[in-house]
Ligand binder design. Structure first.
Ligand code: NAG
Ligand code: NAG
Ligand code: NAG
Length: 398
C-alpha cells in the first residue's frame, strides 16, 4: 500500500516502459481501478493482489485490429434517424466525417453497432449470441429471467438513443466528457465544459467546490453499480456524497455484472433492490425519485465488445489476468460520446504528462496515478492522443 519501494519501482518502470518492460500493477477486485484510491481500500475491505502487468508497445498494438465475430447488428436503429443524411446536410464538420477521412480510424469506427440495448433486442437470437461472452461483453452465466425483466422495461424511445437529434436542428451536437483526472485541478474549464450541448460525467464526479474547473452541468452520468457505489464510499471525504441528480439527467448503465441489470430494473420500477449484492438498496438514493424508463440507458454488451476489440484490445487480455480486464468507465463513456455526438471534447482524461498531475482533481495532496491490471490506462492514453491528433476529438491538455 503506497510503500516507498512501490513508488520507486513505479517511477523506474515508467521510464523503462519504452523498452517493453514489466510494470507491476495492483488490482482491487471490486473497484474501477482508475478511480480506486489507496486510502479507501481498507474502508472497502477489498482484496488486494499484486500482479504483473505486461506493457508492450501500445502504439503498434493499437493497429492490431481483430475482426469482430458473431456481431449483432441492429437494423432497427435507422428507423428514427437517417444519420448519413443529417450528417451531410446539418453538420458537415462532424467527427464522423473526420473518421471517414482517416485511414486508420476509418476502419476502426463502425457507427452501425448498436450502442444501447432496449426491449426490442431481447430476442432468442440476441440471447444466444450474447451467451457466447462473459460480462460486460455478453450474458454468459446470467439469469435469463433477471436479464429479461430488466431489458423488457426499456420500451421508451429514450431507451433507444442517448438523445434525439431533432432537439438540435441545424447544428452539430457538441459533447463534453468529463473524466476525473488531476489535470482539471486549477484548469478553469468549467465555463467551456458547460457550454457544450451535452455533458457526460462518471463515477466520483465531485462538482461542489470545483465548479470553476469542471462546470456544473450533467446531462449523462455513466457508471457500473460497482464503480458508482465504491465512488460514494471512497470519495465521500472529497464531497462525493451523492450521484449527480440534476433535473433532466439521464443515467448510463454499463452492464458489467448481473447487479447492473437488477439495479436498472429496480430503478425503473421504483422499488428496493430485491436480490443480490445490493439487496435492500433504494434506487432513488442514486437516481432521484423520477422513475421514467426513458431516463435510464443500458449500453449494449455488443457495443462494449466492439469498442474493446477495435480500440482497447489490451495485451492484458492474453495474460492470466485477462478476465479482470475491461476498458475504464471513462473510456467507455468517451467512446460512447464519440459514437453519438457530432463533436466531442474530453476533459480530465489521461494525457502524456499525467505524471505531473494528481490522480483526481479533488485530492488535496498529490497522489500519483497507479496502474492496475483491470484497465490499460497507457493504451487509453495512446488512443486519446491519436484521436486528438487526427482532429476527431479534442483532448484537454496542459
Ligand atoms: C439516408 O440518407 C442518405 C443520403 O441522403 C441516403 O442515401 C440513404 O438512402 C438514406 N437511408 C435511409 C434508410 O433512408
Ligand atoms: C412499457 O412497458 C410498461 C410495462 O410493461 C408499460 O406499462 C408501458 O405502457 C410501456 N410503454 C410503452 C411506451 O410501450
Ligand atoms: C490543486 O490546485 C491547488 C491550487 O492551484 C493547489 O494548491 C493544490 O495543491 C492542487 N492539488 C493537487 C492535488 O495537486
Amino acid at each position: 500500500m503506497g510503500s516507498p519501494r512501490w513508488k520507486r519501482l513505479c517511477l523506474l518502470l515508467l521510464v523503462a516502459m519504452a523498452f517493453s518492460v514489466i510494470l507491476y500493477g495492483r488490482y482491487y477486485t471490486a473497484t474501477d481501478a482508475s478511480t480506486a484510491p489507496r486510502s479507501a481500500s481498507s474502508l472497502l475491505q477489498q482484496e488486494i493482489l499484486e500482479i504483473p502487468q505486461e506493457i508492450r508497445n501500445h502504439g503498434l498494438f493499437r493497429e492490431n485490429i481483430i475482426k469482430r465475430e458473431n456481431s449483432v447488428k441492429d437494423s432497427s436503429e435507422g428507423e428514427h434517424v437517417n444519420h448519413s443524411k443529417e450528417q451531410s446536410s446539418l453538420c458537415p464538420r462532424s467527427l464522423k466525417f473526420k473518421v471517414k477521412m482517416d485511414a486508420t480510424f476509418g476502419k476502426q469506427f463502425d457507427f452501425g453497432v448498436p450502442l444501447l440495448m432496449w426491449q426490442k433486442h431481447f430476442t432468442p437470437e440476441t440471447w444466444d449470441a450474447l451467451q457466447k461472452r462473459n460480462v460486460p461483453y455478453g450474458w454468459r452465466g446470467l439469469s435469463y429471467a433477471v436479464v429479461k425483466s430488466a431489458v423488457q422495461l426499456l420500451n421508451d424511445t429514450g431507451n433507444r438513443q442517448l438523445f434525439s437529434k431533432n432537439k438540435f436542428p441545424n447544428s452539430c451536437v457538441r459533447c463534453a466528457v468529463v473524466g476525473n483526472g488531476g489535470i482539471l485541478n486549477g484548469s478553469h474549464q468549467g465555463k467551456e465544459i458547460d457550454a457544450h450541448d451535452m455533458v457526460f460525467r462518471l463515477n466520483g464526479a465531485v462538482i461542489k467546490g470545483f465548479e470553476e474547473d469542471v462546470g456544473t452541468k450533467t446531462s449523462f452520468y455513466g457508471f457500473t453499480v460497482n464503480t458508482m457505489k465504491n465512488s460514494l464510499i471512497a470519495y465521500a471525504e472529497y464531497g462525493f456524497t451523492r450521484t449527480p441528480q440534476d433535473k433532466g439527467i439521464q443515467y448510463i448503465f454499463i452492464p458489467s455484472d448481473i447487479r447492473d441489470y437488477i439495479m436498472l430494473r429496480s430503478a425503473i420500477l421504483g422499488i428496493p433492490v430485491p436480490e443480490g449484492n445490493d439487496k435492500g438498496d433504494e434506487p432513488q438514493k442514486y437516481f432521484g425519485s423520477e422513475t421514467a424508463a426513458g431516463r435510464f440507458k443500458l449500453l449494449h454488451p455488443e457495443f462494449i465488445f466492439y469498442l474493446t476489440e477495435k480500440f482497447l484490445k489490451s495485451e492484458i487480455i492474453n495474460s492470466q489476468f485477462g478476465h479482470l480486464y475491461m476498458p475504464s468507465t471513462g473510456a467507455i463513456m468517451l467512446l460512447t460520446a464519440l459514437h453519438s455526438c457530432d463533436q466531442v471534447s474530453a476533459y480530465g482524461f489521461i494525457t502524456e504528462n499525467y505524471r505531473i498531475f494528481s490522480d483526481h482533481y479533488y485530492e488535496q495532496e498529490k497522489k500519483p496515478l497507479v496502474f492496475y491490471a483491470n484497465h490499460d490506462m497507457l493504451l487509453e492514453a495512446e488512443l486519446w492522443k491519436s484521436l486528438h491528433r487526427t482532429g476527431i476529438m479534442k483532448l484537454y491538455q496542459r
